[in-house]
Design a protein around this ligand. Structure first.
Ligand code: CP3
Length: 349
């Protein structure tokens, strides 16, 4: 007997599945006590990311509790600058720190030749997760590989940390677009290679996180978000024609439609600011994924339950994957996530 296609992958092929599949961005992480325990054992965050046994284990933790339809590789978007030779540290409670690259001269620090010496453990993790999903009987669960999109990765490389205004990276892009293009090209090439290796290692779908797509004007969005994303997708489709790719241009607002039409993505991740009427319109172009406000999940109660049902009701007639509009917040009570999982499972169209 032929195995049934996993519901998450069915939806990515633009078909509706019998039930609505779900997973949550940042489903592995600090809101889970078992994650905090393992992180304490591993030492630092990057020690976890580059250790296939640890990374595989934390990937599976949320599935054992909540039964998501997809696992997401445990890694980080900033392994790309790290593999290119830019220093990277995660200070507890502070987020990432990198020695910033502020102009074309700074690109000399980057080296494309040795990325796999850093990234090999990540590919090993991907293969290990596939084995472990099988061993633990998760045969309806798909594995998502991912990378940051070039614009978002570049914001961290240039700012050197998280940012509110992005003045260094925008400044470079406006002042010297040809020089900034070289940085975007380096990240684009590296990302194509990195995602292609994840697909070879067993990832069944890929997601491109463009967390800071929403801070650009239309013209800059076309150049730094749409163009590199299109290039990555075209290259990946040449190597792996069947792998579905989800694009998540967080905060893109009115530009979501243009992104969906021009990049070649198979599906769109929607943040919580996208109105359900716009989500339904976008769903006519391609499958959509989203978009519960993570703060609503944090808060819980009847408001959360009502919102989950509203989203399901609005979007479940078309190809739809339930998710949050951004990552799970670290103080989110585990019981709220349990409740969310039960509501989605019980939902009937
Ligand atoms: O469960 C999953 O979603 C898979 C793993 C994953 C992580 N980061 C683990 C992580 C994924 C898909 C990411 C993506 C990521 N990383 C993004 C894009 C999505 C988004 O959130 O916008 C970005 C911008 C990053 C960069 C990054 N990594 C920041 C800004 C931070 C610090 C903020 C924070 O929450 O601490 C990280 C650290 C990080 N990445 C943690 C985890 C579980 C927390 C590390 C810890 O254990 O202390």
């Amino acid at each position: 007997m032929q195995a049934m296609t996993k519901p998450f992958l069915t939806v990515l092929k633009d078909q509706t599945s019998q039930r609505v599949p779900f997973w949550l961005m940042r489903q592995a992480g600090r809101y889970l006590p078992e994650y905090r325990d393992l992180r304490a054992q591993a030492g630092g965050f990057l020690d976890m990311v580059y250790n296939p046994a640890f990374a595989c284990e934390v990937t599976l933790q949320p599935l054992r509790r909540f039964g998501m339809d997809a696992a997401i590789l445990f890694s980080d978007i900033l392994v790309i600058p790290h593999a290119l030779g830019q220093g990277l540290t995660f200070e507890v409670g502070e987020g990432p720190r990198l020695p910033p690259i502020r102009d074309e001269n700074g690109l000399k620090e980057l080296n494309l030749d040795k990325i796999d010496t850093v990234l090999n453990p990540v590919y090993e993790t991907v293969a290990k997760i596939r084995e472990e999903l099988k061993a633990e009987g998760f045969d309806q669960t798909a594995l998502i590989g991912f990378a940051g999109a070039p614009w978002t990765v570049a914001t961290y490389m240039v700012e050197g940390s998280g940012s509110k205004e992005f003045l260094h990276v925008k400044g470079w892009a406006y002042r010297d677009p040809a020089g900034f293009q070289k940085l975007i090209d380096i990240v684009t090439e590296t990302t194509i290679h990195y995602l292609s290796r994840q697909a070879e290692s067993g990832a069944e779908a890929l997601q491109l996180f463009d967390s800071w797509a929403g801070v650009l004007d239309e013209k800059q969005f076309a150049r730094w978000v749409i163009a590199p994303t299109k290039k990555i997708i075209a290259a990946l489709k040449r190597i792996h024609p069947d792998i579905p790719i989800i694009g998540f241009p967080r905060g893109a607002g009115f530009l979501y439609e243009r992104y969906a039409r021009e990049t070649g993505v198979d599906a769109l991740g929607l943040d919580q600011t996208v109105p359900l009427a716009q989500a339904t319109a976008l769903q006519k172009i391609c499958p959509v994924q989203g978009n519960l406000d993570p703060a609503c999940l944090l808060s819980g109660g009847p408001e959360m339950e009502a919102r989950i049902t509203e989203i399901l009701t609005a979007l479940s007639d078309g190809p739809f994957i339930f998710n949050l509009g951004h990552g799970v917040i670290k103080d989110t009570p585990v019981v709220h996530v349990e409740r969310l999982a039960r509501i989605i499972e019980a939902f009937k169209r």
